[in-house]
Design a protein around this ligand. Structure first.
Ligand code: SAJ
Length: 437
C-alpha cells in the first residue's frame, strides 16, 4: 500500500518500523494491533516495570487484547523498550489528564514530542492518539519537534492526530470496528496515517485537519458528559417534585428523538470527566459544557447528603467502587470519592466491597476493599449500591438481611428491585425517586 504525497514523495507502509510511546490502555492494544498487521512494533514506556512486564508476557489488559499482545511477542513483531530510537512511524499514546485547577496537563505529550524530535528523520510519520486540547498537534507537537530536529511538519515529515475512541470493556471490538477520524497538518499527513490504520480498521476512516479531529474527539465525550449532567439534574428535579426519575426517563425515551442518559452516583474515569475541561479551558463560550461538568462533579456530595438523611450514624457498606460497572478501573471513581467523604465522617464506620478490589490490593483512605460482599455487610446498618457490576445481579437479599444490623438499602443505580427488597424486609431508598422519598 502506497500513499501519494506532494512533490512526488510517497509514504509506503511496507516493512515499516513503528515506535509507540506509552503502554497504557490505548498504547498497548494499538501496538499489539499494528504488530498483527505486519508492522515491526517497539513499545516504549517511561516506567521500566511496564516494559519488563510486557516483555515477560505478564501484562493483562482485557479479554482479547491480552491474547493479541502475547501473539505479537511470540511472533517477534512486538517488543517493549526503555529508550527512544529511530523508527519510521511514531505513535504518541500517553495520558493527558487535568491538573488540580482543571487545566490540561500536557507534560507527557510534550516530553514525547521532545524525545521524538531527537530521533526523527525526514519522511517519518508522527501520529498523536492521546485525546488532546485543540491545536496540540499544530501548536505544541510541531514546534517542539522543529525545535529539536529542525524539521517542518507537513513538509519534512508527516504529522497527524488520530484520536482513540475505544470504550474500556470493549477495546478490541471498538479498535477494529469503530469509525476513525484522522486529522493531518496537511492532507498528505492524514493520508499517510490512514494507510497505517486501514491495515486493521474495518470501519470508515474520515480525513480532516488536525484541529477538527482534536475538537471532534473532545465533543464526543462532551456530548456524553453534558447528557449525563442533564440526567443527574433531572434526578434532582424529580426528587424535588415527587417523581421517580427512572420511570420518567423510560417514558420520555419512548419519543423517537429523545435519549435521556442514566443518572447515578457521578461521572468518573479519565475521559468523560476530563475531556470537557479541555474545551472549557480553550474557549470562553463553553457554558453548558462548564455547567455540565460542575453538575456531574457535585453528585458525590449530593449522594453523601442523602446518606446523612437516611442514616445519621452507623455502619455503612458500599457495594462497587470502580468508575463504572464491570471494569477493574478505580481511577477517578465518583464512588471512591463518596467513600472518602463517608470514611472521613466520624459518625460512620465504613466497609468497602468490590469484586475487582482485592486483585488490585487497593485501599481507599487506608481501608481495604473486600472481595466478599457478605463479609463486608456483616453488622451493617445501610447497604449502598455504588456500582452495579454483573456480579451483583443476583444478590441474595434474604441472606444479606440476616447478616446486616438494620435492613436498609440505598440504591444509586436502580439495580435492586424495590419489590424484592421490600419483600425481604428491607427499607429501600432509590436515588432520584421523589415518589417514595
Ligand atoms: N455514566 C453515567 N450515565 C450514563 C453513562 C455513563 O453516569 O448514562 C458514567 C459511568 O458510570 C462512568 C462515566 O459516566 O462513571 C463514564 O463512562 P462511559 O462508559 O460513558 O465512558 P468511558 O469514560 O469509559 O469511555 C468514553 C467513551 N466515549 C463515548 O462513549 C463518547 C469511549 O468511546 C472513549 O474512547 C473514551 O471515553 C475515551 O478514552 O475518551
Amino acid at each position: 500500500m502506497t500513499n501519494k504525497v506532494e512533490g512526488g514523495k510517497m509514504f509506503d507502509i511496507k516493512n515499516k518500523k513503528m515506535f509507540v510511546v506509552g503502554l497504557g490502555y490505548i498504547g498497548l492494544p494499538t501496538a499489539a494491533m499494528f504488530s498483527m498487521a505486519g508492522f515491526s512494533v517497539l513499545g516504549y514506556d517511561k516506567d521500566e516495570r511496564v516494559v519488563e512486564r510486557l516483555n515477560s508476557g505478564a501484562v493483562y489488559v482485557e479479554e482479547g487484547v491480552t491474547e493479541l499482545i502475547d501473539k505479537g511477542l511470540k511472533e517477534g513483531n512486538l517488543k517493549g523498550v526503555s529508550q527512544y530510537e529511530e523508527a519510521d512511524i511514531f505513535i504518541i499514546a500517553v495520558p493527558t489528564p487535568i491538573k488540580e485547577d482543571k487545566s490540561p496537563e500536557m507534560s507527557m505529550v510534550l516530553d514525547a514530542a521532545e524525545n521524538i524530535g531527537r530521533v526523527i528523520k525526514k519522511g517519518n510519520l508522527v501520529i498523536l492518539e492521546s485525546t488532546s486540547p485543540p491545536k496540540t498537534t499544530t501548536d505544541l507537537i510541531a514546534p517542539k519537534i522543529r525545535e529539536l530536529s529542525g524539521l517542518e511538519a507537513g513538509k519534512d515529515y508527516y504529522l497527524a492526530h488520530s484520536p482513540e475512541r475505544v470504550i474500556p470493556g470493549n477495546l478490541l471490538n471498538e479498535l477494529v470496528n469503530n469509525h476513525r477520524i484522522i486529522g493531518g497538518v496537511n492532507l498528505e499527513s492524514a493520508e499517510a496515517a490512514k494507510a497505517c490504520y486501514e491495515t486493521f480498521v474495518k470501519a470508515d476512516i474520515y480525513l480532516t485537519d488536525s484541529t477538527t479531529a482534536e475538537l471532534a474527539k473532545l465533543m464526543e465525550n462532551t456530548f456524553r458528559d453534558v447528557n449525563i449532567g442533564l440526567a443527574n439534574e433531572t434526578a434532582r428535579i424529580c426528587e424535588d417534585l415527587g417523581v421517580n426519575v427512572w420511570e420518567l426517563i423510560s417514558l420520555a425515551n419512548k419519543h423517537p428523538r429523545v435519549n435521556l442518559h442514566t443518572p447515578g452516583p457521578g461521572v468518573g474515569g479519565h475521559c468523560i470527566a476530563v475531556d470537557p475541561w479541555f474545551i472549557v479551558y480553550n474557549s470562553k463560550n463553553a457554558n453548558i459544557i462548564n455547567l455540565g461538568r460542575k453538575i456531574n462533579d457535585s453528585v458525590p456530595d449530593h449522594v453523601y447528603s442523602m446518606v446523612k438523611d437516611i442514616i445519621p450514624k452507623g455502619k455503612l457498606t458500599i457495594l462497587g467502587l470502580t468508575y463504572k460497572p464491570n471494569t477493574d478501573d478505580f481511577r477517578e471513581s465518583p464512588v471512591v470519592e463518596l467513600a472518602k467523604k463517608l470514611i472521613a465522617d466520624p459518625d460512620y464506620e465504613v466497609s468497602l466491597t468490590d469484586p475487582y478490589g482485592e486483585n488490585k490490593q487497593l485501599k481507599v483512605a487506608g481501608l481495604e476493599i473486600k472481595k466478599d460482599h457478605m463479609k463486608a455487610l456483616e453488622g451493617s446498618d445501610l447497604l449502598i449500591m455504588g456500582v452495579n457490576h454483573k456480579d451483583y445481579d443476583d444478590l441474595d437479599l434474604s441472606e444479606i438481611g440476616k447478616v446486616m444490623n438494620t435492613k436498609t438499602i440505598f440504591d444509586t443505580r436502580n439495580s435492586i428491585s424495590r419489590e424484592e427488597a421490600e419483600k425481604a424486609g428491607f427499607k429501600y431508598i432509590l436515588l432520584g425517586d421523589g415518589k417514595h422519598a
